[in-house]
Ligand binder design. Structure first.
Ligand code: NAI
Ligand code: MG
Length: 344
């Protein structure tokens, strides 16, 4: 039996509801493939912040760092000032564990209704840089609240940071049947960061002659996500552009309840973290209305990351067959979780 240490952070709102279903499926698939997950639950998020005034202590970070992998639900709550939990927990984990790959598959499954009228298959992945760009918190305000107020928000880009995510993207593209990689940036206006990304992309491309490459400005890419999504295979882009275009990718593939993601450190020096793309959805929390499918798909990505490809494929099959027959039937969070676990 193979053993793994799993840190579980259910978080706020619908987080605990969807994570419970994700773990149900994980337990089922683990027993089928003779895997054992030693789970430690971390009660972090709004209630922990209200009770203690802290978001994520260094001691807790050090404990989580010892796990093999992390499953996160969602954080964020209307009773906590915006950004406190998102920056203090989510971004803190991403930066401290150097999750420089944010991997977001965009696949339109059979049976799922896309808002697009397309009949072409949609099946691409977006690789978003996770540790640089405008998300590093480099900036500040001067003369706050006056008519002379100044806000500076710097975008940080390093050669090493761009190269490692671009190289990962070429590896992914090289392993897929279509072998196509599109760089998305805005190098006609953002000359400095865009120039660094483009030069690095073109240099790394020479090492992967089997991969065909393409470049799009982010505005054009956003349009093609909607008008011609079939033209994409692997997309690589920076932290901010990736944040925005992946919501478009989620929308065209049936919505945020079906979008999974991985915050990955391929060096494995720190645990990688898997989570649904959606937030804590306070509007539907506690009503068993949340779709746990994105979390279950994140569990599949988690298994693949651990090298358990058969188990991952089994979870993907369970999801695909459920989506095929799902239609518009109204089912509770637990009904969907039970069906997916039952299909393993
Ligand atoms: P959200 O993703 O929580 O909700 C957007 C809309 O989608 C809502 O109408 C919600 O009901 C619906 N929705 C989300 N997940 C769903 C699911 N699994 N099944 C069915 N419907 C679902 O985004 P919103 O409202 O912008 O943010 C709410 C809170 O979550 C905020 O505090 C925000 O900062 C936080 N957030 C946290 C994230 C994370 O932990 N990774 C990511 C995005 C937002
Ligand atoms: Mg986002």
């Amino acid at each position: 039996m193979k053993k793994f240490n799993l840190a579980v952070i259910p978080g706020d709102g619908i987080g605990p509801e969807v994570v419970a279903e994700g773990l149900k499926v994980l337990d089922r698939v683990a027993s089928k493939y003779d895997l054992s997950f030693d789970k430690v639950h971390y009660d972090l998020g709004a209630s922990h912040w209200h009770a203690t005034g802290e978001v994520l202590s260094d001691e807790t970070m050090a404990e989580i760092a010892k796990s093999d992998v992390i499953l996160l639900g969602a954080v964020g709550d209307p009773t906590v000032p915006s950004g406190v939990l998102e920056r203090g927990l989510l971004l803190k984990l991403r930066f401290a564990f150097d999750h420089y790959i944010n991997l977001r598959p965009a696949k339109l499954h059979k049976g799922v209704i896309s808002p697009l009228a397309t009949t072409e298959p949609i099946d691409f992945i977006v690789i978003r840089e996770g540790t640089e760009g405008p998300y590093v918190g480099a900036g500040g305000n001067l003369a706050s609240g006056t008519e002379h107020e100044i806000a500076v928000e710097e975008s940080l880009n390093t050669r090493r940071g761009a190269e490692r995510v671009i190289r990962f993207a070429f590896e992914q593209a090289s392993s897929r049947p279509r072998k196509k990689l599109t760089l998305v940036h805005k190098n006609n206006v953002l000359l400095f960061a865009g120039g660094l990304w483009t030069r690095t992309f073109n240099e790394v491309a020479k090492e992967y002659p089997e991969v065909s490459t393409d470049y799009l400005h982010v505005d054009a890419a956003s349009m093609f996500f909607v008008t011609h999504p079939e033209r994409f295979d692997v997309v690589v882009t920076d932290n901010l552009f990736g944040d925005i275009v992946t919501d478009i990718a989620a929308a065209i593939c049936g919505g945020i309840g079906l979008a999974a993601s991985g915050n990955i450190n391929p060096t494995r020096l720190f645990p990688s973290m898997f989570e649904p793309v959606h937030g804590s959805a306070p509007d539907i929390a506690g009503k068993s209305l949340a779709d746990p499918t994105a979390t279950v798909m994140s569990v599949a990505m988690l298994l693949a990351h651990l090298g358990e490809h058969e188990a991952a494929a089994d979870v993907e099959r369970a999801v695909a067959s459920d989506l095929l027959t799902r239609g518009n039937a109204k089912r509770s969070t637990t009904d969907i979780g039970n069906a997916l676990a039952g299909a393993i």
